[in-house]
Design a protein around this ligand. Sequence first.
Ligand code: FES
Ligand SMILES: [Fe+2]
Length: 416
Amino acid sequence: MDTDAYLPPAVCNLIERQPSAHSLLREFYSDEEIYRLDLERVWRKGWLFAGHSCEIPASGDYFSLEVDKDSLIVVRGDDGQAHALHNVCRHRGSLICEDACGHLKKLVCPYHRWTYTLDGSLFHAPGMQEDLDKSKLGLKSVAIREVQGLIFVCLAESPLDFNPAGDVLSDFARPQGFTRSKVAKAVDYLVKANWKLVWENNRECFHCNANHPQYIKANFDHYNADDTSPRIREQIAAVVSQSEARWAAAGLAVTHKQTGMTSFPDAERNIWYSANRTALVDGYVSETMDGQQVAPLMGDYKDAEVGTVRMRTLPNFWNHSSCDHGVSTRLLPAGPQLTAIRVWWLVDANAVEGRDYDLSKLLPFWQLTSEQDWVICERQQRGVNSSAYTPGPYSTYKEYNVDAFVRWYLKQLQKP
Ligand code: FES
Ligand SMILES: [Fe+2]
């Protein structure tokens, strides 16, 4: 492909200078020009996780999300379908909804009260001439897909085919029961790091031993080919064979049976979605501080021993789910060195706080682990900004997914 035809010369030069199997050159993590390209070539093209169906169960329920400067509203229509609309009035451009979420019968612009139905059609334009063609002045909509309780939107005019991702995600989200869940808690973070640093951190567990004392007690993916001892190998083999039989009886597949993280993404084939179910350490049935169940079983689960489900989609979503709760993480770009992150904890829709679950037991495992990661990312951003920073080499044992992420990213940049 003729990269030069689509990219500014300075960016072509950076891509040419980028050493393979090394962290990115500083500019990729810090510059405004690269950030604008990221928005255009990654964020405006890809499918973005927006939120959960259970956040907008009834017609008129909505939430908003900001993708850099674009404000979107995701609203449940009178037809029961979720619609994704630009939150920009077609009269003179005012934002319509300022609240992060709520319930509306119609979307009414606060400026001059143009009124839109829940699918974005212009319903009423008070004070305007009678021959105004309302049919041409509906709110601009964006593509939306709802898959087993998870909502994705895409800003592109011709979105990528969502179906292959939808099939993979629904195989794992269905038994987890996100369509029958509720949000127990959501926490927002504004992390002072480029979104790619956040992903790179997510794509390796090299840092886990030194940074995640809670996480490593529950999981095996911080071991790799270089440090999986025969004893650890035996432990994994034991939990996997034990789990396989139980899960097969429940119709659940074990899809990741080794130490180390499952391979993702696949830069060569542009695989931007994946999901797997993997075993937890013996004695852990949930990703909680002591490994014990802290809420009623979710979805189709009849047994607490279902391991952990992992789902992820580039550029902005991952979810870790246990038998009793799911944790979703959404990234949104907020600047060259700023990422808006929301973490949600989901439980069964009928679970009652104080009776069936307690936030003090539900939250800490992923709240601590997430916040440990945000500190790491901010610290790395500060180091990368230093004049002394130069790209460093990736470990082939432990950073294969970081390398794959970086290659995936560079490929997206070079696509027109
Ligand atoms: S800008 Fe919305 S009604 Fe005027
Ligand atoms: Fe981490």
